[in-house]
Design a protein around this ligand. Sequence first.
Ligand SMILES: NC(=O)c1ccc[n+]([C@@H]2O[C@H](COP(=O)([O-])OP(=O)(O)OC[C@H]3O[C@@H](n4cnc5c(N)ncnc54)[C@H](O)[C@@H]3O)[C@@H](O)[C@H]2O)c1
Length: 359
Amino acid sequence: MQNQTEKLRVGVVGLGWAGETHLKSYLNLPNVEVVALAEPQEVRLTNVGKTYGIEALYTDYRELIERPDLDIVSVATPNHLHMPVTVAALQNHKHVLCEKPLARSGAESRQMVEAAQAAGCVLEVAFNHRQRGDVQVLKNYVDTGALGRVYHGKATWMRRSGIPGMGGWFTSREMAGGGPMIDLGVHVLDMILYLMKEPQVVSVSAATYSELGPRGRGSRNQTLVGTGGYEVEDLATAFLRLADGATLLVEASWAVYGKAADDFGVTLYGTDGGADITVKNYGWEDTLTIYNDTAGVPSEIRPRVWRGEGHQAVVRNFVNTVRSGDWSAHDGSEGMRRTEIIDACYKSALEGREVRVGE
Ligand SMILES: NC(=O)c1ccc[n+]([C@@H]2O[C@H](COP(=O)([O-])OP(=O)(O)OC[C@H]3O[C@@H](n4cnc5c(N)ncnc54)[C@H](O)[C@@H]3O)[C@@H](O)[C@H]2O)c1
């Protein structure tokens, strides 16, 4: 980046739903120009390039990353490529916005954070759901101290029949790093840790199940996108202990026989008040309830929330951070902590015992 008035030049790597969403979000911003795309599927690459008028198209992401005229790279590939693509981009002095989860493991995430620190560049993770209107309102409310000390919380994302891309990279342990816990759980874990001001998670006791997926059940739209097997969990549940004695429950499913369709939310129990966000099928109205006492009797508040901007807000905030020049607090550490907690969940589930985060 030469100066504050020049346009930031962006490349997007991976052009599925997430990559195209990044691309559209950049195109809505002033002083940003998307100049290059990378995607190994040539038809998709050509179509997206044509749709958005982007001429520099690469089937090999390394060619995009080596362009000296790029300031920013968005990484929206399958999870196993987040680390190598991000580290390569950082080594070429690009600021990186990476899709969630930051990586398949805490160890991979650490390599990315170290690369960001060494390059002195921004590394941000796309946690778009924390940009929802209900989450932002609740965050402001929690920050006033009105809930008192939050001593227990729940974060859940439950799908009835929503295994994404059955047989493709999502259901490959090697490529995805896990199932719904790393895919959906990471969003609601992020949401609750953000609301609670980044408490330290000390230990985890978790269990995972793989009951429907391996029998070909629970696939979203009954689609088979690949020939791979079903190698990850379809339900995960975890009990987390925090440094201040508070506890959290985290639950995530892609497929389970239960009443949820595709529902997520958080619950906070505090010493002076409580709150929950209950989202059904990505709805946004009437999702937030705050609980306290009014004149000595239990009362409920239903704040009027707005939809929120999701990825648009993520991309805008990221671009503003890059422009601000104040990058020190944006090295991917937050995203790394989420992956370390998820590591502990999978280790606990495998070994059938409580595991300390980072052990
Ligand atoms: N934040 C969210 O709400 C959200 C939603 C969906 C997906 N995601 C994340 O975004 C990422 C992509 O998910 P998706 O649903 O778009 O998946 P997808 O499979 O639809 O798209 C991934 C794309 O990456 C491409 N790709 C594969 N190898 C590549 C390489 N070497 N170089 C460049 N591109 C390559 C694939 O061909 C594909 O087009 C995942 O990490 C996922 O967790 C986030």
